[in-house]
Write a protein that binds this ligand. Structure first.
Ligand code: C2E
Ligand code: MG
Ligand code: MG
Length: 609
């Protein structure tokens, strides 16, 4: 840092200071030097200015009730940061009060300051100070000092130079403050004022590193407000925002010192708990859950009882990395949701087996171990194969194949289902194209299951349509009788907003895809779906089919579904047909197609049709 200006005799510590123009030119070169970062620039400019002023020390200090040193160049070695004194003990006090420059060429002769510690204790004789303004606000002072008296000190040029330099510092500090504010803004969530996910991830990485050094345990929790989507859908986003703000405030109020909370996304919060083991972490988070029961949320539509589900994961050293810890909390949260909500699950106690980690699912997706099995559908009156359904399978590292029923809901809970759908639809469409190329009839339909999460991603839907266009234009072209691709949506996931759903599926329908309602009869909104959506196929839920032979009521229900569908021109399909009697009964009742183990189990790449 030293000698930035060496070779420039104008600025050297000679007894004749350079003229104002030369001094400014040299400072300008430093201020615009791209090889220096901001702090190096300040140091270099203070050093250069000290030399140019023929001084020994340059200080930038902040004033409030104290004088606090922020930046300095000091050839005397007396000062160093951090350094703070009461403002009235500093000569900067006079500069701050008068808000103008002050030049004291000889402190020993100055009637106000000859007893001042700067002179009596530190031995300085010359003082020049000027205020620094940051925007409208008096930030502090820039002061220059020297121990030996200088007869030339305090020329008009000196004062002008110091004031220009102070103006530059003011500008610099303003920019610094603004960029710090922007940074803080980028790291905090505007709605709740909490740190946002990015900030939380950075902080968690620090906590993790600290825990590895110190050996102290910690736990994290991912908390999700139950059924929050309904609040948004029913009362609108403004109320949703109010609820989120209050929900966050309740959590913040309960935080212990040293623990912290962040907004993780949507209606999810992230909580960090220091020095806890599993049972302690569980107890803390469960207390948060209970706090909701005691604090109904006030909204313009009346008070609302919120509940909270949370997944907790503990780090007690060992092999786990941050991704593992997060995935564990995520899986535990999924289990809490799946187990009926309003509960806290600690990962340690979570049941393995049914539980899939985000990491496992992700690596299966990456390694292309999510594959497709196809299950045949037949025309019940002729017995001829008429369609098949693509069903996801996960091939484990040990070679075991898991059916979709084992991991689809986990994939939904872990926000990975859209990737499963993307992979399966790709495979199914390629296969459809290959079959058509090999001369198969386009009358044979190919069913694929699409999740609401996939449909909500217009980029993925667009990709799917582009792929179809590229490799299989005949798979989905609008031909009067043959549109081989059918997408199934299930009411297993409650869909509240039909208008939105309609907008999401419209591009698929426009491209010639047909729509099937899966698992019809499994939920209370079945008929609403039927009324609101342009349905071509209706798949009657497996439990109705399984109970059909022994339950007359169910038979009546199926009959009315069949009659209604026939009137609407909808093809009915019975799922889970496991025996010939049931197949025959359904045929008699007028159900069009059948699917189930009786006709064939899902198989890998079955040469159907
Ligand atoms: P689904 O679409 O209703 O599929 C029918 C399920 O019933 C399949 O289970 C199938 O293997 C099973 N099944 C078929 N015939 C019989 C039978 O005769 N008896 C019995 N007991 N079961 C039968 P799977 O493959 O485990 O799939 C379960 C669910 O997972 C599917 O129900 C579907 O909702 C979902 N799913 C499967 N693949 C995908 C996919 O690629 N994406 C999405 N979003 N969901 C999928
Ligand atoms: Mg299905
Ligand atoms: Mg089904």
């Amino acid at each position: 840092m030293k000698n930035h200006l060496s070779g420039n005799s104008d600025l050297g510590p000679s007894s004749t200071p350079a003229n104002l123009q030369d001094r400014l030119r040299a400072l300008w070169r430093l201020a615009t030097d791209r090889t220096l970062d901001e702090i190096q620039k300040i140091d270099a400019m203070l050093e250069a200015a000290t030399a140019a002023m023929n001084m020994e020390t340059a200080l930038v200090g902040e004033v409030d009730e104290h004088y606090t040193l922020s930046y300095l160049f000091d050839a005397t070695g007396i000062f160093q940061t951090p350094w703070q004194i009461a403002l009235h003990d500093s000569i900067s006090h006079a500069v701050a009060i008068t808000q103008s420059s002050l030049c004291l060429p000889d402190l020993s002769q100055d009637q106000h300051y000859r007893e001042h510690a700067l002179h009596t204790q530190l031995g300085f004789n010359v003082y020049i100070g000027t205020p620094i303004w940051v925007g409208e606000h008096l930030y502090g002072t820039l002061s220059f000092m020297r121990r030996t008296v200088l007869t030339t000190a305090c020329s008009e040029d000196d004062i002008a130079f110091v004031e220009l330099l102070a103006a530059w510092f003011g500008q610099f500090l303003l920019q610094k403050r603004q960029s710090e504010e922007l940074k803080a803004l980028a790291l905090s969530d505007l709605l709740t004022g909490l740190p946002n996910r990015r900030a939380a991830e950075t902080r968690l990485a620090d906590e993790f590193a600290r825990s590895q050094r110190s050996g102290e345990t910690f736990a994290i929790a991912i908390c999700d407000l139950d059924r929050f989507k309904l609040v948004n859908d029913h009362y609108g986003h403004e109320t949703g925002d109010t609820v989120l703000r209050q929900a966050a405030a309740i959590l913040v109020e309960q935080m212990r010192d040293g623990d912290w909370i962040a907004r993780w996304g949507g209606e999810e919060f992230f909580i960090y708990l220091h020095k806890v083991d599993g049972p302690q972490a569980f107890a803390v988070i469960d207390r948060l859950r209970q706090a909701y029961a005691q604090h109904p949320i006030a909204t313009p539509h009346g008070s609302l009882d919120l509940t909270l589900s949370a997944g907790v994961s503990v780090y007690q050293g060992g092999e786990k990395n941050i991704a593992h810890i997060l995935a564990e909390a995520d899986s535990a949260l999924y289990e809490a949701k799946n187990g009926g909500r309003d509960r806290v699950i600690l990962h340690q106690t979570a049941q393995r087996g049914l539980l899939w980690h985000a990491g496992e699912l992700q690596s299966a997706l990456q390694d292309k171990r999510i594959v497709t099995a196809y299950q045949i559908m037949v025309d019940l009156s002729t017995g001829a194969p008429v369609a098949d359904e693509a069903l996801a399978r996960l091939v484990g590292r040990t070679g075991r194949t898991a059916p979709a029923a084992e991991f689809i809901e986990a994939a939904e809970g872990l926000h990975l289902i859209h990737l499963v759908d993307q992979s399966i639809t790709r495979q199914a469409i390629m296969r459809c194209a290959a079959r058509l190329d090999a001369g198969a009839t386009p009358d044979f339909a190919h069913f694929i299951n699409l999740s609401p999460q996939f449909l909500a991603r217009s980029d993925l839907v667009k990709q799917l349509l582009e792929l179809t266009q590229q490799i299989c234009s005949s798979c989905a072209v609008t031909m009067d009788s043959a549109k081989p691709l059918v997408f199934e949506i299930t009411e297993r996931q409650y869909i509240a907003n039909f208008d939105l759903l309609m907008r999401e599926i419209q591009p698929l329908l426009d491209s010639g895809f047909r729509l099937a309602l899966d698992d019809f009869g499994s939920g209370y909104s079945s008929f609403l779906y039927l009324a609101k959506l342009p349905v071509s196929f209706l798949k009657i839920e497996g439990w109705m089919i399984a109970n059909l032979r022994h339950n007359l009521k169910i038979r009546d229900m199926i009959q009315s579904i069949v009659d209604l569908s026939r009137k609407q021109g909808i093809t009915t399909i019975a799922e889970n047909i496991e025996d010939a009697e049931t197949a025959e009964l359904l045929r008699e009742m007028g159900v069009n197609w059948g699917q189930g183990y009786h006709f064939g189990r899902p198989q890998f790449d079955t040469p159907t049709a």
